[in-house]
Design a protein around this ligand. Structure first.
Ligand SMILES: *[C@@H]1O[C@H](CO)[C@@H](O)[C@H](O)[C@H]1NC(C)=O
Ligand SMILES: *[C@@H]1O[C@H](CO)[C@@H](O)[C@H](O)[C@H]1NC(C)=O
Ligand SMILES: *[C@@H]1O[C@H](CO)[C@@H](O)[C@H](O)[C@H]1NC(C)=O
Ligand SMILES: *[C@@H]1O[C@H](CO)[C@@H](O)[C@H](O)[C@H]1NC(C)=O
Ligand SMILES: *[C@@H]1O[C@H](CO)[C@@H](O)[C@H](O)[C@H]1NC(C)=O
Ligand SMILES: *[C@@H]1O[C@H](CO)[C@@H](O)[C@H](O)[C@H]1NC(C)=O
Ligand SMILES: *[C@@H]1O[C@H](CO)[C@@H](O)[C@H](O)[C@H]1NC(C)=O
Length: 507
């Protein structure tokens, strides 16, 4: 027998003699069996793993307890327990994660210092299990099946299908995504993403306490994105806003069999929708919401608006109708922050101009339980009211009052023209010299608030090579509607052959 054959034979034998990898299929932690560095817990379907990871190559290794995708070749962490306090990996005192008899998960070093704990109180002691679900949610279950704690309620920088980014009405408290400090540093960065605790109706990205991006008030549109790979739809993302008596939250789901898809708030403050492209072994960025240029929060100053262009011309700041630049010279050289001033003082008798396709400004007041006509009348008869916008939320999963009458009395901040995007609406702006009675009559006939698509969606076609779509200047609130699409397609096809965007519209 030739040597190489013997070696091969020996290798096969060795492989056969190896024991099966220990705990490889364990998806849970029970009291008395802690998890140590080097071992992992893998969810039932194999999608996620829980264990210790080290984002850098430092020695001794700084370890974090986290959850990551188990079945893709790139370490992508979706949740971190001890974000602020890494634990040092030494053989003499390795850290451990244990489930205590009091149903708490506790991360401690060998000296018994507690670095992180779930702090569940009042649970019946004993026999709890901590299970890593195939959704990426780590849940402590009591023996009677009660969910005592779950990692989905304590998000890091990643929003996964089934998670809820919520705000409670009573306390105005909500959970936010909080960015990493840097690509290798899971400690909390300065960017956060979450619902507006003032109005409950919009979403912000903040840089510390300053808003840098705003969704615009919710219009009742639902949202769906389709991702195609080689003509086959691989992912459909359905985003929903859900309102209960206690809270309002956003959540999303994926089509069955979809590739891993997530929203993530990056360490540079971008809120991205990413899907795993297995052909290129990389995350494809489908949409990006940034504080970039014109759509940065308040960039065009008070009473200015960002005119988003899809025709290849650059987006730019403009003054709302009836306003002129407060500092014309600065304005023409690109200094927009002083914003715009009213050209002519308003009279109580002035009427309203309809501006369709807008992201409505911030700092509104919600007037409850009004029809569209009552909303218009509310603003018309209140001399300090400068604008209003109305939406009917009855198509959504909102319970209770489904009217959404917004009025503005002060300066109009962070307005954008976003065209026929989902999330755009008609803003009614009081204009000096317009006859109130005439404009009232006009929009009664002209505007039917029910006449809007219930759903709009975007189809992305990803080909093998492409991992990042050229983000449109402003992806709008939730997606795009059709009439802008031809232009988007032209633009993207010119700049990048491997990509097509198409649009389908539902009703
Ligand atoms: C930590 O140390 C243990 C034991 O030395 C080792 O098995 C494990 O791979 C280390 N983990 C990391 C993430 O460095
Ligand atoms: C936890 O419960 C087990 C079994 O009831 C017991 O043997 C163990 O001592 C308990 N551990 C602690 C820290 O109380
Ligand atoms: C835990 O389960 C065992 C076996 O099912 C049972 O004997 C024991 O009483 C339980 N302990 C607690 C604290 O519920
Ligand atoms: C966030 O705020 C810091 C401190 O004010 C600033 O230096 C940085 O440029 C801001 N980043 C963004 C993206 O707004
Ligand atoms: C809404 O207004 C209608 C009539 O204006 C009134 O009958 C109804 O009770 C109001 N509903 C709420 C929840 O305030
Ligand atoms: C006008 O509207 C503002 C904002 O909603 C409100 O604070 C004010 O009381 C209203 N004034 C009148 C006279 O209704
Ligand atoms: C995609 O892959 C197919 C087959 O592997 C190949 O023929 C085609 O040229 C690739 N397309 C691009 C844009 O790379």
């Amino acid at each position: 027998m030739a040597w190489p054959a013997i070696i091969r034979y020996a290798t096969v034998l060795v492989l056969l003699l190896l024991p099966p990898p220990p705990c490889a299929t364990e998806d849970r932690l029970v009291p008395g069996k802690p998890l140590s560095p080097g071992a992992t817990i893998v969810s039932d379907g194999g999608s996620f793993a829980l264990g210790f990871f080290s984002p850098t190559n430092s020695t001794p290794a700084k370890l974090y307890l986290g959850i990551w995708y188990n079945d893709i070749p790139r370490l992508t962490v979706v949740w971190v327990a001890n974000r602020e306090i890494p634990v040092t990996n030494t053989t003499s005192s390795p850290p451990a994660l244990s489930l205590t008899n009091a149903s708490n998960l506790v991360l401690s070093d060998a000296d018994g210092h507690v670095l992180w704990t779930t702090d569940v109180t009042g649970a019946a002691a004993g026999n709890a299990t901590a299970v890593l679900m195939d959704t990426g949610n780590l849940v402590i279950w009591s023996p009677d099946g009660t969910n005592l704690w779950q990692s989905f309620d304590h998000p890091a920088d990643t929003f996964l299908p089934g998670m809820r980014i919520r705000i409670r009405y009573e306390t105005r408290a909500g959970k936010r995504l909080v960015s990493w400090k840097g690509p290798d540093d899971p400690s909390p960065g300065s960017f956060s993403f979450g619902g507006d605790p003032e109005t409950f109706l919009q979403i912000f990205v903040w840089n510390a306490t300053r808003p840098i991006w705003r969704s615009g008030p919710w219009t009742g549109d639902s949202f769906s994105v389709q991702v195609q790979f080689q003509m086959v739809i691989s992912v459909i993302v359905n985003l929903n806003v859900v309102n209960t008596k206690k809270e309002i939250y956003i959540t999303f789901s994926l089509s069955p069999g979809a590739a891993h898809t997530r929203y993530v708030l990056t360490d540079s403050g971008e809120y991205q929708l990413q899907t795993w492209n297995s052909a290129s072994s990389a995350w494809a960025v489908l949409s990006e919401w940034t504080g970039g240029y014109c759509s940065r929060y308040g960039y065009c100053g008070p009473n200015g608006y960002c005119d988003n262009r899809w025709d290849g011309n650059p987006s730019t700041c403009k003054c709302l109708d009836g306003f002129a630049p407060a500092n014309p010279e600065g304005w023409s050289s690109g200094r927009f922050s002083p914003g715009c001033r009213r050209k002519e003082a308003l009279q109580c008798s002035d009427g309203f101009l309809a501006l369709p396709g807008m992201k409505s400004p911030d700092k509104f007041v919600l007037v409850e339980n009004r029809t569209f006509q009552e909303c218009a009348a509310e603003c018309t008869r209140n001399c300090s009211c400068v604008a209003y916008a109305y939406a009917d939320l009855s198509t959504s999963r909102i319970k209770g009052d489904v009217t959404r009458c917004l009025v503005w009395t002060g300066e109009l901040i962070d307005t954008e023209k976003i065209g026929v995007n989902a999330g755009s609406e008609t803003l009614y702006l009081r204009i000096a010299g317009l006859d109130a009675a005439l404009s009232l009559a006009w929009f009664k006939f002209k505007e039917n608030p029910d006449d809007r698509p219930l759903m709009s969606s975007v189809v992305f076609t990803l080909e093998n090579g492409s991992t990042t779509l050229p983000a449109p200047n402003n992806p709008g609130h939730y997606g795009q509607r059709s009439s802008d699409l031809e232009q988007i397609r032209d633009r993207t096809e010119n700049s990048m052959n491997s990509l097509t965007l198409t649009n389908i519209e539902g009703r």
